[in-house]
Design a protein around this ligand. Structure first.
Ligand code: HEC
Ligand code: HEC
Ligand code: HEC
Ligand code: HEC
Length: 181
């Protein structure tokens, strides 16, 4: 049944107005933790949406890439490596959209933010990495402690990217168990 629905649904993200839809969902996530409350540089229109993580100062923290987290969080890294998030930009490349700035916002890590993805060679940030959900991690890597990047355990952690239009079948109950770590 899931398979049938997936086939009938419009191909996610390919509608011409996906830019305005992305802006809508960014606004929804920002209702929970407003971008303006996080400090740091203003979040530009074309930047990756910020899930409602807390415990991160955007004034100092930069994105470092998933490789930087692996040594200390082996179990989480192994779960992530087997998930769809670990090949999200590869999917875009396969769809001939590997450089489309609209698509990249949700399919890479930290686009348009300090330390975020800048190009092909930057493999650490080149997919939906840890920091795409938990927030920029450089301060945490320098001084590892609890409190960094805490997220709600409900759909609001995900809907910045899993919008109704890009992920029509999304629900916390069905999706979280597939990436839980
Ligand atoms: C799709 C979003 C997402 C991605 C990608 C992601 N996480 Fe998480 N992570 C969560 C959520 C949601 C939780 C549960 C809520 C919480 O504890 O903040 C969580 C929890 C955690 C925890 C706390 C677990 C506990 O039991 O206290 C750690 C540590 C963690 N993640 C590390 C990582 C690392 C390392 C990566 C990359 C290899 C990663 N996460 C990728 C969303 C994500
Ligand atoms: C930064 C954007 C972003 C955030 C935040 C995000 N995701 Fe995703 N997620 C994606 C993208 C992009 C894909 C498609 C990856 C692909 O197939 O190439 C995806 C795919 C998935 C898939 C696989 C779906 C399938 O049909 O195979 C699951 C499961 C998933 N995400 C769960 C979650 C959960 C749970 C959260 C919140 C804790 C979350 N994601 C947060 C961007 C995101
Ligand atoms: C607002 C965030 C967002 C934007 C913008 C976005 N996507 Fe996605 N995309 C996702 C999410 C989330 C998924 C996972 C959907 C699911 O399986 O539930 C996804 C899934 C996909 C998939 C299916 C992957 C699979 O294996 O089934 C393709 C292909 C895709 N996106 C291409 C694109 C293209 C092309 C664009 C630009 C026109 C784009 N996306 C823009 C969030 C986004
Ligand atoms: C040098 C080791 C180290 C590195 C590198 C590291 N962490 Fe951690 N991380 C820790 C420690 C130690 C804790 C605290 C564990 C505790 O007290 O439960 C932690 C806690 C966390 C938590 C849970 C926060 C909470 O309060 O629940 C998350 C999420 C997390 N790390 C994600 C990441 C991500 C993402 C990266 C890469 C950007 C990363 N970590 C890199 C050591 C590290």
């Amino acid at each position: 049944m899931m398979f049938l629905l997936a086939c009938l649904a419009p191909r996610p993200g390919t509608e011409p107005n996906s830019a305005s839809r992305a802006a809508e969902s960014r606004a929804a996530a920002a209702m929970r933790v407003p971008d303006s409350a996080r400090g740091g540089p203003p979040v530009g229109e074309g930047a990756s949406p910020l899930p409602p993580f807390v415990g991160v100062s955007r004034a100092s923290a930069r994105y470092e890439g998933a490789d930087a987290c692996t040594p200390c969080h082996a179990a989480a890294a192994s779960t992530w490596g087997a998930s769809a998030h670990a090949h999200a930009r590869t999917t875009l490349v396969g769809a001939q959209k590997g450089y489309d700035p609209v698509c990249l916002t949700c399919h890479v890590t930290g686009l348009g933010h300090p330390g975020g993805w800048t190009g092909e060679a930057d493999l650490g940030r080149g997919q939906v990495g840890c920091e795409a959900c938990h927030g920029p991690g450089s301060d945490h890597i320098t001084a590892p402690a609890a409190g960094y990047g805490a997220l709600p355990t409900d759909a609001s952690a995900c809907v910045a990217c899993h919008t109704h239009d890009n992920s029509p079948d999304f629900s916390w109950e069905n999706y979280w168990p597939r990436v839980e770590h």
